[in-house]
Design a protein around this ligand. Structure first.
Ligand code: ADP
Ligand code: MG
Length: 237
């Protein structure tokens, strides 16, 4: 299974429990997994199985009850609040179901936004945003605000924005949930191309069969546990 590929994300005995006593919910229940560079991995499972909770832990958006998350060799539990914010901006790309673009900013400005927070030079920001919006098929739409774009186009801006700082991987929680079939296929084509040509690593939480069918690896969770972990397409090169 391509053991030479770098591990970009790892969890050790990860636990997230909500509530107490009779109301205790083991949303993530002792999950250990490794994700290598170039994966196109779907985490699937029924509603309430813990996918979002797991993704939030993987992205350092939530704190585990127990266990560890290691991003690009860095143990998140060892970081201060500010270091964690910094690591998230640098190393982790997020794509959400609801796109989460900033409505008053254009596609270009949304794409540049994280680089702006990182104080990247203007020229680099402009160039990278241009290149990314082109890569996601939004040439000619750079100056439109989200309200003037379709759902599929907004989600492609979200992918461009997530990629801008060259993160170690992209976490996408139900990215196709609000999209019709055509926009879904289009978005998946673009992400798969970025995965194959640029080795961008994607981890999806999804119950969408169209995403699951395109995944190279499918991890099934139920009741906060991994119940199956299957490779459909090996990593090559
Ligand atoms: P999925 O994304 O697979 O639908 P979630 O991770 O959203 O699953 O939820 C897993 C379980 O954890 C569910 O039982 C849910 O009700 C519970 N849960 C999630 N977030 C919270 C929270 N903030 N407080 C209490 N329970 C939560
Ligand atoms: Mg969810």
């Amino acid at each position: 299974m391509s053991l030479e590929r770098k591990i970009v994300l790892k969890t050790e005995d990860l636990v997230k429990t909500f509530g107490e006593g009779d109301l205790e919910v083991h949303a993530v229940d002792h999950i250990s997994l490794e994700v290598r560079e170039g994966e196109f991995t779907a985490i699937k499972g029924p509603s309430g199985s813990g996918k979002t909770t797991l993704l939030n832990l993987l992205g350092g958006l939530d704190e585990p009850t127990d266990g560890r998350v290691i991003v690009d060799g860095i143990d998140l539990s060892k970081l201060s609040r500010n270091e964690l914010v910094d690591l998230r901006l640098k190393k982790i790309g997020f794509v959400f179901q609801a796109y989460n673009l900033i409505p008053v900013l254009t596609a270009r400005e949304n794409t540049e936004f994280i680089m702006l927070l990182q104080d990247r030079p203007k020229e680099e920001r402009t160039q990278r945003a241009e290149q990314l919006l082109h890569a996601v098929g939004l040439e000619g739409h750079e100056d439109k605000r989200p309200g003037k774009l379709s759902g599929g186009q907004q989600q492609r801006v979200a992918v461009a924005r997530a990629l801008a700082p060259k993160p170690a991987f992209i976490l996408a929680d139900e990215p196709t949930a609000n999209l019709d079939s055509k926009s879904t296929e289009n978005l998946l084509d673009i992400m798969k191309k970025l995965n194959e040509e640029e080795h961008v690593t994607f981890v999806f939480a999804t119950h969408d069969d169209r995403v699951i069918q395109r995944a190279k690896r499918v991890i099934t969770v139920d009741d906060g546990k991994i119940v199956n972990d299957e490779w459909k397409e090996e990593l090559v090169g």
